[in-house]
Design a protein around this ligand. Structure first.
Ligand code: EPZ
Length: 416
């Protein structure tokens, strides 16, 4: 429940990045030694990944933001449908299992409301490393008595793939010889995973660029690592400041990861100052409409598309939002229009005619970022907004409503 109309003010600290912690937890399968991961956000998705690690035989617990992953004698190579189907990112246990155990049987991830999300690039990479891949009864069965380094191009229809880069990079750390991944994803979360693997003894170069080189090693040891801050949570809070005409200081931020986002918010008229470790954002004057297109990093992140749309619904003028990563990622449009927004969808484009104000209404979250977008719309809408299916929100935001409440928002939970 949200009562809109309050200007948000104050300080807030970011949590660790969901999209970095999930592959990093999977990477602990690559070693028989203990790993300690700090800055781990307590999210539904983090706990799902921990459940999968435990189901595979890894002793991994989250305690006050720290995961201790201890070796077990026996690690299973089978990740079953029941767990994998609840979270796509769990497919990235395949690379570590194949690298470490030379075999893996992992359920294919199910459908997703944000679009068709195949795993062909993942499989292409594993085949290039010499793995034999079969798809049987909804499972990928991968076998490779000996993984061999190779040169591969992993670009797809929509450009690079984050999790395919992660998955193949993890398998290649224990392959024989050198692997070169061309059209690799450059996201900060991919770099964070590579940094962790290097601490485990992996030999990796070029992470953060479209060409990553991995020289295989025989063995990876245990390591400690602290997860990078969540740049999508940062973006969501920056929009919360602007949509409520507020003034927020966000701490524990790597503003270097926010280039495209800050550029668009400044183009719209936001006042933003960056210091080491924090970003200060303030509503200064009437915002201007903007056009944006989602692209792989360092382009504008698709995971901020919905949140930016909520801001443009109350920014007078016409904004055009083009979704180039998941052309169907517009489930939030109908819900925003229920709150009085004027949005027209045309294929991968959404044409937003900004209006003076939204009105509170019961709305339904369809996925993680759509739920954040509806919460932001509720913060500015007249009257009460009721956002249901908030389990989507809990997948990727740690205590978002407590953080917003601390900034002055009137937000609370009610049993459905
Ligand atoms: C990661 O998903 C993120 N998830 C997503 O965040 C994010 O939206 C996405 O990257 C893009 O930035 C995690 O990191 C856990 P992709 P991923 O493979 O890796 C196509 C969120 O809200 N593709 O980079 O699954 C694909 O269909 C989530 O936090 C293929 O065609 O995304 C898409 O159009 C949602 N074949 C494009 O590439 C493949 O084998 C980019 O997807 C793989 C992907």
């Amino acid at each position: 429940m949200i009562e809109g109309g309050v200007r948000l003010k104050g300080e807030v600290t970011l949590s660790g990045a969901k999209n970095a912690v999930l592959p990093i937890l999977a990477a602990t399968l690559l070693t028989d030694e203990p790993c300690v991961i700090k800055g781990v956000p307590n999210l539904r998705d983090t706990n799902t990944m921990l459940k999968i690690l435990r189901a595979l035989g890894k002793n991994a617990e989250l305690n006050k933001g720290i995961v201790t992953a201890l070796p077990n004698k026996h690690i299973s190579y089978i990740a079953d449908y029941k767990l994998v189907s609840t979270m796509r990112a769990s497919f990235c246990v395949l690379g570590p299992l194949l690298g470490k155990l030379k075999k893996a049987k992992v359920s294919l991830p199910g459908g997703c409301v944000i679009g068709i999300r195949p795993v062909d690039l993942h499989l292409k990479g594993f085949k290039a490393l010499g793995a034999k891949i079969n798809i049987e009864s909804g499972y990928v069965i991968a076998k490779a008595p000996r993984l061999k380094g190779n040169h591969m191009y992993l670009g797809g229809t929509y450009g690079s793939s984050v999790l395919a880069t992660d998955n193949v990079m993890m398998a290649a750390t224990l392959a024989q010889g050198v692997t070169v991944i061309e059209s690799a994803a450059c996201e900060p979360e991919v770099v964070d995973l590579a940094e962790f693997l290097i601490k485990m003894g992996a030999k990796i170069k070029g992470h953060g660029t479209p060409i990553i080189e991995i020289e295989g090693v025989k063995y990876l040891h245990g390591a400690g690592h602290t997860i990078i801050p969540d740049r999508i949570e940062a973006g969501t809070l920056m929009v919360a400041a602007l949509i409520t005409k507020g003034d927020i200081l966000i701490k524990n931020v790597s503003f270097q990861h926010l280039g495209a986002l800050i550029d668009k918010l400044e183009e719209a008229g936001a006042w933003i100052s960056r210091t080491d470790g924090s970003v200060h954002i303030r509503f200064k004057k009437r915002l201007k409409p903007i056009n944006l297109t989602t692209l792989p990093y360092p382009g504008f992140p698709t995971d901020m598309q919905a949140q930016m749309m909520s801001l443009m619904t109350v920014t007078p003028g016409i904004s055009v939002i083009t979704e180039k990563i998941y052309p169907d990622r517009f489930m939030h449009v109908a819900e925003l229009n229920r709150m009085g927004a004027h949005i027209q969808r045309e294929g991968p484009h959404a044409i937003v005619e900004g209006i003076r104000g939204l009105s509170g209404a019961p709305v339904m979250a369809s996925d993680l970022r759509a739920s954040a977008c509806l919460v932001l719309a509720g913060l500015v809408a007249r009257g009460k907004t009721e956002v249901s299916r908030i389990y989507h929100l809990e997948r990727g935001y740690e205590n978002l409503e407590a953080k917003l409440e601390a900034l002055g928002a009137k937000i609370w939970r009610e049993k459905e």
